[in-house]
Structure formats: structure tokens, C-alpha cells
Write a protein that binds this ligand. Structure first.
Ligand SMILES: [Zn+2]
Length: 155
């Protein structure tokens, strides 16, 4: 079991082998498109990871998001939940995210990207917009129904 101390409230964030919303995997749209077209097995992406995907850990106590680049164990950025955040359209980046447990299940099988795309339609997911200073989480692919927003914590 992996653990992390929340950078905002100090609460221990623990990873369990059950879907509980703690850890999410997020892909930049470009990488996501590439994966969905791929005839390679998705499990091959774990060892030699392309950039553009992230692991996101959410503190169950205060809701702070901790973002890691997939190839790097060091914290990349942390974001705290806020009612409203500045939307800097200059630096917008779209991502798609789902619980890591699903990725684990999928990569345990030898599914190709194309096969994953078929089952992925049935899997709950989130649509994200990220800027330099904020993260917006949406329920819909058009990114209109806002679920939550977050502001970068300066370290
Ligand atoms: Zn916290």
C-alpha cells in the first residue's frame, strides 16, 4: 500500500486496492487519441511511458489534488478546492481521467488501445481542463458541466 501526506492539511492519503476515488489516471488529449488508435497492447505503456499522463491523488479530508507525472515520483503540482478559479484560456490543456483501478484492470489483460476504446465508453470518467494555475473537472466531454475547480497551491 502506498501513502502520501497531504501537502495542505497533513492528512495521510492511502492507496487501497479498491476503487474509492483516491487515485486517478489522467491523459492529455493528444496522448489519449494516440492510445485509442494504437494496436499495441496497453500494458506496454507502463514500462516505457510516453509523457502526457499523470497520476492524481485526492486527499479525502480536504479534497486537495496532488498531481504526479507518471515517470516521476516527485510531486508535480498540488491544487486545493475552491468555489471559483481563474480560467486562463491561453494555457488550457484538455485531459481525460478515470480511476486508476480501471487502468490496472485493463492493463492486466492484453488489450490493445483500440480494444480499450470500446470498453472505455462504459467506464465512468472525468473530463479535465488544466491551466498553469487551476484545474477544472467536468462531467461531460464538451466540458460544460462543472463538477469542481481547484487552484494551484504555491510551494
Ligand atoms: Zn488534505
Amino acid at each position: 500500500m502506498a501513502s502520501l501526506k497531504c501537502s495542505k492539511c497533513g492528512y495521510g492519503i492511502h492507496y487501497h486496492d479498491e476503487p474509492d476515488g483516491t487515485e486517478w489516471i489522467a491523459f492529455e488529449s493528444e496522448l489519449w487519441k494516440e492510445l485509442c488508435k494504437s494496436t499495441k497492447e496497453l500494458s506496454s505503456y507502463t514500462s516505457d511511458s510516453p509523457s502526457g499522463w499523470y497520476s492524481v491523488w485526492k486527499c479525502s479530508e480536504c479534497g486537495t489534488l496532488h498531481v504526479f507525472k507518471m515517470q516521476d515520483i516527485h510531486l508535480f503540482k498540488a491544487f486545493e478546492p475552491v468555489d471559483k478559479a481563474d480560467d486562463d484560456s491561453e494555457s488550457r490543456m484538455n485531459l481525460i481521467a478515470f480511476e486508476d483501478i480501471i487502468w490496472d484492470q485493463i492493463t492486466e489483460t492484453d488489450k490493445t488501445g483500440q480494444a480499450f476504446r470500446e470498453v472505455f465508453r462504459e467506464i465512468p470518467r472525468k473530463y479535465i481542463c488544466a491551466t498553469e494555475t487551476a484545474v477544472f473537472v467536468y462531467r461531460d466531454p464538451e466540458r460544460k458541466i462543472l463538477e469542481a475547480c481547484y487552484k494551484k497551491i504555491d510551494s
